[in-house]
Design a protein around this ligand. Structure first.
Ligand code: FAD
Length: 506
């Protein structure tokens, strides 16, 4: 991809300066053309930065100071105390050093930051909850538009809607909604941001019942590359509304999301059934048979997992119908292998929604791959199990995330999220603590993934790294050309390029 800073290249370049990583930027317009460059940190001279195309530019201090003065939030520079914390993401594999971080507290700040970015031609990352798996919400030498202080939520129980700002985390929105026994589909780790999740699609424990998060998105307020704040919904700017439901952060900076809510909870039947890895083939085949005709009320994820005492096959289960019916559905699975643990029980939805949090602590290094599976045949299960037998030790888990149901019945061209016929998302999640191992472990995970990728078509843009144009096109599928048209209309210079990038027409 022509992406200015390929995530894993930048990762390898840790330790070098922003200017050292880039070459001269002929394309990017500098706010301080001709000014002599001084090192960042002396508080007076121009600031070395990276332009849109990845080459060095310098930003005039007067322009940067003006941006800082115009923000209601804080402009954080490398010499400022909060910088080191503000530049870090959940994924500790990324140790990037932006030139400036604009902490926005409202839409007016976002407009200022976007106008600055466009005028300066500076590489720009957009950060909501900071849980980008591929590290694209921070960039070396660029501007980070950081929305993390924007945490407002308003639930309207009468209209069954919720409005939430882009710094909100899943657990916060779930909690506000559950106070009224309401919910919308969100992801499975409570600290993840709603912003990236919603724009990329949003899979979760309720997706089979209520559709993906993007299917429950009623409207957004969005600042486009020209610095205008637009509302996008079914009647106002409908092309933009269509594109932000699965097209990721390509089209602007969302400053408010509005969701459809559903009556749900507070209790569900949920938990995990654990089997020895030796029974994985039979158990996963039985699970795939059940999933092929499962009711929307069943969410059943087989997960290959490694614990300190060895490998296991877990079945993560949620069932939203009568518990007796849930137990009847699960009975054949329990006979497919030797159950070594079973904690499926009646629990609160909020408890389930934070149950995976301890497994994914922040600032450890992670690397994920993802690919959509259509019908999962017994032969495919054999292939996945055989590959997992030789999985690298860094693999935290390999889930087959249960999709379909209500999310699968939405027409592929009804929103930008194309792969509606996917029945599962095959994911590979690796984590490790020692950053010096980044390259080695990523290489091992890629080698592992290369054995399975041929089973998949398209991938989930929120849990993979967009490093391959062919896979990106499979992901946007028949929606690709329409997305290019909308991108060209709203972001003709590709200001918002640190994402699963759709390039505007020249
Ligand atoms: P950020 O890092 O803040 O942003 C990610 C990207 O989103 C940015 O690079 C930008 O392109 C875009 N973006 C963010 N905010 C805005 C905005 N306001 N306007 C425009 N663009 C914006 N996904 C699921 O669907 N289901 C899951 O169950 C799930 N589980 C996960 C568990 C963990 C532990 C993690 C780390 C991720 C998981 N994901 C899941 C993936 C998750 O959806 C993405 O990581 C998502 O991008 C996180 O959103 P964020 O706002 O925290 O990310």
């Amino acid at each position: 991809m022509a992406c200015a800073v390929a995530p894993w290249d930048a990762l390898r370049a840790q330790g070098s300066t922003a200017a050292g990583r880039a070459t001269a930027d002929s394309g990017a317009r500098s706010a301080a053309d001709g000014a002599g460059s001084r090192a960042v940190g002396d508080g007076t001279g121009p600031i070395d930065a990276v332009g849109l195309s990845g080459r060095p530019i310098s930003l005039a201090r007067v322009d940067v100071d003006e941006l800082g003065a115009n923000l209601r939030g804080q402009l954080i520079l490398p010499e400022d105390a909060p910088y080191d914390d503000a530049r870090r993401l959940w994924n500790g594999a990324f140790d990037r050093h932006p030139a400036l971080i604009a902490r926005c507290v409202g839409a007016a700040d976002v407009i200022e930051a976007v106008n600055f970015a466009r005028a300066a031609g500076v590489l720009t990352a957009v950060r909501g909850g900071g849980h980008s798996v591929s590290g694209q919400s921070v960039c070396d030498g660029g501007l980070v538009i950081d929305l993390s202080p924007m945490r407002g939520i308003r639930v309207d129980p009468a209209r069954l809607t919720a409005q939430a700002q882009p710094g909100v985390r899943l657990g916060e929105l779930d909690r506000e909604c559950q106070a009224f026994k309401l919910a919308t589909t969100l992801g499975t780790a409570s600290d993840t941001g709603i912003a990236g999740l919603t724009l990329g699609g949003g899979m979760g424990r309720l997706a089979r019942k209520f559709g993906y998060t993007c299917d429950n998105l009623l409207a957004v307020d969005i600042v486009t590359a020209d610095g205008k704040l637009l509302r996008a919904d079914a009647s106002e700017n409908p092309d933009l509304y269509w594109a932000v439901r699965g097209g990721g952060g390509n089209f602007g900076v969302v400053t408010q999301f509005e969701y459809r809510l559903h009556q749900f909870g507070p209790e569900v039947m949920a938990g995990t059934i654990l089997f020895p890895f030796s029974d994985a083939r039979r158990v996963v085949k039985a699970a795939m048979e059940l999933n092929a005709s499962a009711p929307d009320d069943l969410y059943l994820n087989p997960i290959f997992s490694r614990f300190p005492d060895g490998r296991y096959l877990g079945l993560e289960v949620c069932y939203y119908g009568p518990p007796a019916e849930g137990r009847r559905l699960l009975a054949p699975l329990k006979k497919a292998g030797k159950v070594v643990a079973d904690d499926v029980d009646i629990r609160t939805y909020l408890e389930i929604q934070s149950s995976y949090d301890p497994v994914v602590p922040s600032r450890v290094a992670y690397y994920f791959k993802s690919g959509f599976l259509r019908k999962v045949t017994p032969a495919m299960v054999d292939e996945i199990v055989a590959a997992y037998e030789h999985a690298p030790p860094s693999l935290l888990g390999v889930p087959l995330i249960h999709l379909g149901g209500a999310a699968g019945r939405v027409k592929p061209d009804a929103t930008a999220f194309w792969n509606r016929d996917a029945e599962h998302d095959l994911s590979v999640w690796a984590s490790w603590e020692d950053a010096s191992q980044n390259e080695k472990i990523i290489g091992e995970v890629r080698a592992f993934w290369s054995k399975l990728e041929h089973l998949t078509k398209g991938y989930y843009i929120n849990t993979d790294t967009p490093d391959d144009e062919r896979r990106l096109r499979e992901t946007y599928g028949g929606n690709y050309e329409r997305l290019v048209r909308i991108k060209t209309k709203y972001d003709p210079t590709n200001l918002f390029r640190l994402n699963a990038n759709i390039k505007p027409r020249a």
